[in-house]
Design a binder for this molecule. Sequence first.
Ligand code: UDP
Ligand code: MG
Length: 314
Amino acid sequence: MAVQKQRITILVPCYNEQAVINICHDKITETITPLTDYDFEILYINDGSKDETLPTLLEIARADPRVTVIDLSRNFGKEAAMTAGLDYIDSDAVIILDADLQDPPELIPELIRLWHEQDADVVYGQRISRLGETWFKKFTAAGFYRVINRISRVDIPMNTGDFRLMNRRAIDALRELREKHRFMKGLFAWIGYKQVPLQYHRQPRAAGRTKWDYLQLWNLSLEGITGFSMTPLRLATLFGFGISLFAFFYGAFIIINTLFSGSDVPGYPSLMAMITFLSGIQLMTIGILGEYIGRIFNETKGRPLYLIDKVYKP
Ligand code: UDP
Ligand code: MG
C-alpha cells in the first residue's frame, strides 16, 4: 500500500485581482507540479470582488481539479477571508499567499523544506527588502513595530506579513481565536510554538492596485495596539495622575502667593494655556477609552466573522 502523502493547501485571498489572478495561478502551478511528494489543493477565497475575479477563478477551477473557490457573501477584508480559508481546510499544512505575487510562489519548496528540516510549526516569510514601497511607508512601519513590541507581551516579528506555512497544530490553535478585531500579525505571533523565519525580498505588486491607503494603515496600527496592549489606557491614568499632581502644587502656590502678595487679576494667558492643554488631554483620553469601548461593543455582538455565499469544489 502506498504511503499517504501529506496534503498541503495553498490559500489565496483575492479581492479585485482580475489583473493578476491568472499569472498567479500559473506561477503556483509551475512551482508545485514538480513537488510530487505532496498532494496540493489550491484554495482561492473571493472576498466580494467587484470586478471579474470570480468568473476568472471559476474558469481556473474548471481547468484544474486541485482548485477550490470559496465565494464570500461580500467584502469582509483580508483577515476574514484568510480565516474563512483556515476554517475550511483539513490538510496537514497551509501556505498563505497574496494574489499579487508579492509573496513569491517560488518560495513554496523552501517553506516546505524548512518546515520538515527544522520541525517547525510555522515558517513565516520575513522581508529583507520591500521593493516598490516609499520610504515614508517603511519609516512608519518600522516605528509601528517598535511601539507595539514595547507595549505588548506578544513579540510581533518585524517585516512579517501573512505569507507563511502553518502545520495542523498551528492552524488549530489559530482557529480558536475568534475575536472580531483581527490583527493577524498579532494573532499569528500569539499562538507561539516553534516559528522559523524565511527571509526573502518582497517584490512590488505584479499588477493591480494595493488596497491600503494611509488611513487604513493607521486603523490597522490602532487595531494592533488596542488588540494586544492596554498600555494606552494606563497612559491615560498616568497622564491624569501627573496633571493632578501638578495642579495640586500649582494651586498651593497660587494660594500662598495670594496670601502674601494679594490677588492680582492678570494671568489670562496662562489660564487659557492650561484650559486648552487640559481639554486636549481630556479629549484624547476619551478617544482612547472610545477605541476600547468600541471594540468591546463589536465583540459583544457576537456576529460571525464572514459569510460564505458558495463553495465551488471540483
Ligand atoms: N485582499 C482581500 N480582501 C481585501 C483586501 C485585500 O482578500 O479586502 C487580498 C488581496 O487580493 C491580496 C492580499 O489580500 O491577495 C493583499 O492585498 P494588497 O496587495 O492590497 O495588500 P498589500 O500587499 O499592499 O499589503
Ligand atoms: Mg500586495
